[in-house]
Write a protein that binds this ligand. Sequence first.
Ligand SMILES: Cc1cc2nc3c(=O)[nH]c(=O)nc-3n(C[C@H](O)[C@H](O)[C@H](O)COP(=O)(O)OP(=O)(O)OC[C@H]3O[C@@H](n4cnc5c(N)ncnc54)[C@H](O)[C@@H]3O)c2cc1C
Length: 434
Amino acid sequence: MPPVARDSGGQLAGFHRMGDGIVDFGWSPRVTALREQLLEFMERVIYPNESVYEEQLTDAGRWTVPPVMEEMKREARAAGLWNLFLPDAKWGAGLTNLEYAPLCEIMGHSLMAPEVFNCNAPDTGNMEVLAQYGSDTQKSRWLEPLLRGEIRSCFAMTEPAVASSDATNIATRIDRDGDDYIVNGRKWWSSGAADPRCRVAIVMGRSDAKAARHEQQSMILVPLDTPGVRIVRSLPVFGYDDAPHGHAEILLDEVRVPADHIIWAEGKGFAIAQGRLGPGRIHHCMRLIGMAERALTLLCERVGERRAFGRLLSEQGVIMQWIADSRVEIDQARLLTLTAAWKMDQVGNKAARKEIAMIKVIAPQMALRVIDRAIQAFGGMGVSDDVCLARFYASARTLRLADGPDEVHREAIAKLELKHQADRKKIVGQGGAR
Ligand SMILES: Cc1cc2nc3c(=O)[nH]c(=O)nc-3n(C[C@H](O)[C@H](O)[C@H](O)COP(=O)(O)OP(=O)(O)OC[C@H]3O[C@@H](n4cnc5c(N)ncnc54)[C@H](O)[C@@H]3O)c2cc1C
């Protein structure tokens, strides 16, 4: 196994002027200390156990939890490297998005790492929803065990029957019946639902077809052991099963849950989604930067030791160009991610939606280009499982879809830009651009 990336994300110290003000990307003493702790943990615990995790998973038939995962979680929790994602200090580490960014990036070096630190999707987004919108009962029943890493959860919005990138299409029914709701529908791509520790789904569905378009949908907690819930299958991603979490197709057939399982209130599905999908999606971008950093490190190490046609691969001009382009693109994406994180902290997720959409377009495509160059530099080994690159590629490719397709984010950016230009014109008048 080739050596691994030791660090990434050189500090962007000092102040940078952005369109909206002055940004300080420097690390606080707390973040500096957490980074050092995290880097040491990655070296000592995570990287050496990646192959152990895979072996245990395969030996046990894949849909069980490898014991090494729970051992690593215990150690991370005892070290205070736990729930770093949650900005609410009552429930989590209380870091801002900007503070969490360099830490999340380090976790992105390994596909296994985020779970070790209880910072994995989709549980992070679900915990944020429960912390922000959950009732006291929902918090004690679901949020607290999730925060302790004892159970896992899934988020079930996407449906096979409708174009789910437009969430107004979601057709699962959530109907009130006395003191209960009855849920009927078919979901797929519910990540994590196949995990034996997954106990609850946050299900999005239509509770009032006559309400205004963005008030028709609700989110409801559905315990997976409720009669009528059936995991039909787990969908592979480019052939990878992503065990033990999986991406499940779930049938919800006359599923009856008490009325107090609704989150916040009926019709609040879109309002919650706005909150949920902001930070969670930007975490994917932070991790993609870490993934790209590891790919670039692997590339550089490989080309520095392999010779072809009388010289090292690193002496080939084209390969030097790949290295240079990769460094430029990673650093560009990091700056944009930090800008989005800073803006979310300063003015909130809604006001930062253009920056969030921009980074969601850029980060997966950047990571795919860097990983692809590394695969090419590795030759045949690059597409094997002897190095993490093929798996990284599959994972990064899904993120051009899994958080909403690129095209939808681009449309959002364009609409916001057009509005900004129209507002500008009103202020400076016709001909202002000239
Ligand atoms: C690995 C993985 C994990 C996932 N995890 C989850 C999960 O945990 N929970 C969950 O609910 N869902 C999950 N998803 C589902 C994901 O969110 C959806 O696949 C995504 O939102 C797109 O919906 P769709 O598949 O129905 O595609 P559709 O809505 O049918 O869209 C298909 C294509 O149409 C095009 N398109 C759509 N809108 C526009 C537009 N405005 N302009 C131009 N072109 C457009 C795009 O190219 C798009 O890819 C996951 C998906 C994957 C692959």
